[in-house]
Design a protein around this ligand. Structure first.
Ligand SMILES: O=C(O)c1ccccc1NCC(=O)[C@H](O)[C@H](O)COP(=O)(O)O
Length: 262
């Protein structure tokens, strides 16, 4: 599934490239606002609470769950997240299975002041240029979908554009690859992206291998404040939450509650 998602995302980027060649996109990207230093922001403990940073996700659908929420106005949802104290907003821009878009990314960027993450299946420099041009501060690189040398190249290219990188892992071997790429933000996705099975214990198992000074993010499967508190007690600097927020009638309150869980 991960390979198919990555291949689909690359096909979609190739289609967009036919409309806007890389050299023109690069000029637009480099003229866009300077990205926020998200790695520094997320590595600084919150002043108002012992809870973790919350990265709140705009997620309409997923391969594992199907449709989750319509989200006709992603900017309004992102504003609610920010009002609840979210430290960053994750926007799924993958079109086929998550029903996201770069327009969602731009709309969210224009609505909030906090860092914005482009969450997609990125395997090409063109997608990184798009991320910067549409207002992202952070991009996702998934270790399981990239050869180690390619991960290093893309990580460097993203940093060269001023973008922070969330490097996502699921096992010990992938942590070594992430650290070899100089990851400053390392996310443990407790969902196995190949089988969709959940492994909430995986964050605690891998946390001790994440060096001090590297932002440790726990991702996926959070349903309650107790889930957030467990990740926090296991050493998460930040927790990334999607489904539980997009299906909640009061996302600002839920983000506030999660951000205080410790
Ligand atoms: O969510 C999925 O089904 C999925 C399947 C394959 C690749 C990626 C997938 N999700 C991306 C994510 O990492 C999650 O959206 C994110 O961690 C939030 O998860 P959740 O809080 O469980 O919605």
């Amino acid at each position: 599934m991960l390979d198919a998602l990555t291949a689909g995302a690359l096909e979609d980027a190739a289609r967009r490239r036919e409309q806007l060649p890389a050299d023109r996109l690069e000029a637009i990207a480099l003229q866009s606002r300077t990205p926020l230093d998200a790695a520094s922001l997320l590595s600084t403990p919150k002043a108002d609470s012992p809870g973790p940073h919350i990265i709140a996700e705009v997620k309409r659908a997923s391969p594992s769950k199907g449709p989750l929420a319509d989200i006709p106005e992603p900017a309004a949802l992102a504003s609610s997240y920010a009002a609840g104290g979210a430290s960053a907003i994750s926007v799924l821009t993958e079109e086929r299975r998550f029903l996201g878009s770069l327009d969602d990314l731009r709309a969210v960027r224009e609505a909030v002041q906090v860092p914005v993450l482009r969450k997609d299946f990125i395997a090409d420099e063109y997608q990184l240029l798009e991320a910067r041009a549409f207002g992202a501060d952070i991009v996702l690189l998934i270790v399981a979908s990239l050869e180690p040398a390619r991960l290093v190249q893309l990580h460097r290219f993203a940093n060269g554009l001023g973008l922070s990188v969330l490097v996502e892992v699921h096992d010990e071997r992938e942590i070594d690859a992430a650290l070899a790429a100089d990851a400053r933000i390392l996310g443990v996705n407790t969902r196995d992206l190949k089988t969709f099975t959940m492994h909430p214990e995986r964050f605690a198992e891998l946390r001790e291998r994440i060096p001090a000074g590297t932002v440790a993010v726990a991702e996926s499967g959070v349903r309650s404040a107790a889930d957030v508190a467990r990740y926090r007690q296991d050493g998460a600097d930040a927790v990334l939450v999607g489904e539980a927020l997009v299906t909640d009638g009061d996302p600002a309150s839920r983000v506030r509650e999660f951000g205080r869980a410790a």
